[in-house]
Design a binder for this molecule. Structure first.
Ligand SMILES: *[C@@H]1O[C@H](CO)[C@@H](O)[C@H](O)[C@H]1NC(C)=O
Length: 422
């Protein structure tokens, strides 16, 4: 019996291990939206909701005591040992914790709330981060993180070890730990929270559906490497509104498998702008479809709106993407499609296998720091289809700007500065 049992566990182990390595990701599809038509701006306790304070589990808010075990015990109480509505409270103070999991599903009625009033500080020794990321949230259906507090990744000393995994040509690159990592979850709200100085990304969302990221302030120095604000992959229905992001890399980056993303009222800069890609990096990439970016400002960023794909690699696709009502101030590359990523100029490689279709730029105005304001360089093998550029007014200081179109014939319309490349 004991042997049969351990054999079964062994088989299960190999099944899981094989699945992790080989099976293609099943793309998540958004189900019912738990928070639709709810007033999320208000944070009221649910009737009978209990509060579990990390201090009651031994946490000390002095910025020095290692509160990891106290946080884990308090989380266990909230999520796995309660039955009625319960929330985790991190009160005012500075609480030092290393890497930890906030795993679901929880035994309480959904959603589970984490209310952060104080500051949660990351330990600084990178060897504490064998889990890959700092605070890891997975397998939730209904999770709220609120409260006005801060997650401080204390990343400064780790930045010198940071590798740029986006421009690395293969998969062998080790990212620095992201501060908040969400996976395999649905109905997630993160609202009115700050993150500062992450070691890697501020927020990483993967394999999630129905996620709302609202009123966040994500801050890191312009010189901090690879500190993307929000990085998303393999997720359906993510609403990103009213955020301020000033960081050292992309404000928002989206790669394979993202669908139905809505970004509005973003204030981005400094940083590298809003990026889709790089695409075509991995075999069997899932498509990107349905991204709407509206009513945003970008200030002092290297890029504004960028779509990038690798030449001579794997197939991929991105379609139904729109950028509108965008104000730029001193942006280097305001509108850029680059299908020769890490190869331009004089790229001698075979063209990109990524198909770009139905991409619309409308009502984009402001100033640039380079003359070439609209730069659309598509794949010779798969010229971009259905690109429109409408009502764009971008000036290089007071000087006019130019546009370039390679392997695409966009539709230009409305008032145009730069003038049409055609
Ligand atoms: C965003 O919308 C508001 C309200 O309609 C407007 O006042 C503001 O100028 C818009 N911002 C941008 C960047 O278009």
């Amino acid at each position: 019996m004991a042997i049969a049992k351990s054999a079964a566990i062994l088989i299960l182990f190999f099944a899981l291990a094989c699945n992790a390595n080989n099976a293609p990701i099943v793309e998540p599809v958004a189900g019912p939206d738990m928070f639709s038509h709810k007033n999320m701006a208000r944070d009221v306790l649910f009737p009978g909701e209990k509060i579990v304070n990390v201090q009651d589990f031994g946490a000390k808010g002095d910025g020095k005591f290692d509160c990891t075990q106290a946080f884990m015990n308090a989380w266990k109480k909230v999520c796995h040992e309660s039955s009625g509505p319960t929330r985790l409270l991190i009160p005012l103070g500075r609480f030092l914790v290393s890497s930890m999991y906030f795993n679901g599903p929880c035994s309480i009625p959904s959603p589970v709330t984490i209310q952060v009033q104080g500051t949660v500080l990351a330990t600084t020794d990178l060897s504490d981060y064998g889990n890959g990321d700092w605070l890891i949230f997975q397998n939730h259906n209904g999770l709220k993180i609120i409260g006005g507090g801060t997650f401080d990744g204390q990343g400064k000393n780790s930045w010198q070890y940071s590798e740029n995994c986006d421009s690395a040509a293969d998969n062998s690159c080790a990212r620095n730990p992201s501060s908040l990592y969400f996976s395999q979850s649905s109905n997630v709200i993160i609202q009115n929270i700050r993150t500062a100085n992450p070691k890697g990304f501020h927020i990483f969302v993967t394999k999630c559906t129905n996620v709302r990221l609202r009123k966040l302030k994500l801050l890191a120095p312009a010189t901090s490497p690879n500190t993307d604000g929000i990085h998303i992959s393999h997720s359906d229905t993510v609403i990103i509104s009213r955020n301020t992001i000033a960081t050292g890399d992309d404000c928002i980056s989206m790669i394979q498998g993202v669908k139905n993303i809505f970004i509005n009222k973003l204030r981005c800069g400094p940083g590298h702008g809003i990026s889709i890609g790089s695409l075509g990096k991995y075999p069997d990439e899932s498509e990107v479809r349905g991204i709407r970016i509206k009513n945003c400002t970008l200030s002092g960023t290297t890029n504004g709106l960028r779509i990038k794909s690798w030449p001579d690699k794997y197939p991929g696709a991105a379609s139904e993407i729109s950028f509108s009502e965008i104000v730029m101030t001193d942006v280097k590359n305001p509108i850029i499609i680059d299908q020769e990523y890490e190869c331009y100029p004089n790229c001698k490689k075979k063209p990109s296998l990524v198909k770009l279709q139905n991409i619309h730029f409308a009502n984009v105005r402001g100033t640039t720091t380079s003359e070439l304001a609209v730069d659309l360089r598509c794949s010779k093998l798969y010229p971009c289809q259905g690109i429109t550029v409408r009502d764009v007014d971008l000036k290089f200081g007071l000087a006019p700007t130019t546009s370039r179109c390679i392997n695409t014939q966009p539709l230009f319309a409305g008032l145009l500065m730069p003038p049409s490349c055609l």
